[in-house]
Design a protein around this ligand. Sequence first.
Ligand SMILES: Cc1ncc(C[n+]2csc(CCOP(=O)(O)OP(=O)(O)O)c2C)c(N)n1
Length: 633
Amino acid sequence: MMEERKPGILAKVNDPEDIRRLGMAELNRLAEEIREMMIATVSKRGGHLASSLGTVELTLAIHYVFDTPRDRLVWDVGHQAYTHKIITGRKGRFDTLRQKGGISGFPKREESVYDTFDVGHSGTSISAAAGMAEARCLRGENYRIIAVIGDGAISAGMAFEGLNWVGDRKKNLIIILNDNEMCISPNVGALSSYLNRIMTGQTVNRIRTEVKTFLKSIPGIGGQMLKFSRQVEESLKTFFVPGAIFEELGFTYVGPLEGHRLDHLIQNLKNVRTLEGPVLVHVVTQKGKGYKFAEDDPARFHGIPPFDIETGETVASGGSPPPPSYTKVFGRTVVKLADEDSRVVAITAAMSGGTGLDRFAAEFPNRFYDVGMAEQHGVTFAAGLATQGFVPIVAIYSTFMQRAYDQVIHDVCLQKLPIVLAMDRGGFVGADGPTHHGLFDFAFLRTVPNLIVMAPKDENELQHMLKTAVECGRPVSVRYPRGAGVGVPLDENPRTLPIGKGEILFDPPGAALAVVAIGACVHPALEAAELLWAEGIPVRVINARFVKPLDGELICLAARELKRVITVEEDALMGGFGSAVLELFAEKGVSGVSVRRLGVPDEFAPHATQKELRRMYGIDAAGIAATIREMWR
Ligand SMILES: Cc1ncc(C[n+]2csc(CCOP(=O)(O)OP(=O)(O)O)c2C)c(N)n1
């Protein structure tokens, strides 16, 4: 479908300075070439294609008009910044996108001076830009600062906090609202509806005309009123002028602009550059623009694994089909649980597809809530539902749950409300990298009183844990990894598990070392033990199931008997599961035991595949086996 052409303009573009020399026809041609490069690379590497296809012209226009990197360009989330990467010196490395040792899928300060702020989570751009604006004033400098935020990301609480601040401080700061009416799936919320009303400007104009005609028609006073048309216009403005909400907050509103017309964007941004104070530029774009399959299904192409350019179909990895993902099993199980129990409701923060709740949404539309990219609101909203007798299952990826930490503590656990925090993407997520790995939840959740913290060893145990969580009447977190399950048979009916009880999975005669593993590390531990048993090294394998309450009896008994313990987790070692085991030993007076903890040390894990990362941190079967051998000697 895409004809092979020699790169023309792009070959000459290495940084934004090169773009500023181009004429309009060349710029348009460049946009096309960039799209081709993006599609070709993402089709091989996977990535955030639809969002980045939607911002090609906008990115070119910004770099054309503004003096980057002197002017500071701040991206929100950063998944839409591939054009930015390509034209800021990373064209040659673009093929390494999201690969181990390659360039990141998100802006990263250590990668380029053009990347002004590290991103991955939503809603940070306005506050970061506001901080830069204050720094500029403190230094008496005068560069421009431009934040680009999507209509989805602006629904984050932090974005509202930022708007509130910026509108009040009155510093020069440009916020570009990239409005494609999509989050990952269609956007939700009152602000989104408002933006949509602005975009259908005809309605606005029609209402204004009708009101004017109506005023004119009032006998006697109508004509007089029109004399005061300016005031009338002013008051009407509040209701009918596009962007009035932003104007009221202290911004000059510009828009809506057509986001795929370079001439129009450049002309308008040149005008915007001359404006003083906070400006909000509303740009309308199409997610997936320029690639038919992404235009037709922008949600699927939001974050897509490698695919065939000709058909748009995801490339199968070869071999037998993988077992169902944890996400899929989660999605099915919550439907089952909701069938049995009318108290069960489900909440997502803009990730109904990603969390597997789309199925629940279809079956129970009245018991399903998409709160937008607003994790804090989602958790406290769930707490409100729980006070009224419902059992909310709040499905938020581990990394995004970090956003709602205080809500978990203050609004859920302090009140002992029965809420299930279903935390997908616990552990390494792979190519999205350090902004998205879910490596802290054991550590940050196990310190919260009243909270039960569990992690299943496989997708079948996930079913049982979800049932246990719904029925136990307490706040519970259940975390499970990204990707395919282990491939174990799935019980038809989920059952409850005893709270705080682990299990021994392998206990060969003469066992003289215990591996105590949790979650996704249990099966690799088992594999390692089976391997070593064949070598004559007998190792007991315990599936801890609970980070809290720990099965003290089972773990302490193993330690006292075997004297050597290895803990394994896909989480931060500091404060995580292994730390909990050490605390247990200290508390219970278990002494004379040598303990090794496997997990992620005190650093941010880079981007790489899950497999590569597990190998890198020694928590795959080979790594666990190596540690056992070392300890065995
Ligand atoms: C705090 C947080 N929650 C959820 C996500 C997952 N996420 C990444 S992009 C995205 C949608 C972004 O929509 P929008 O800002 O409109 O940008 P678009 O992709 O439409 O250009 C979501 C939900 C995230 N990155 N950060």
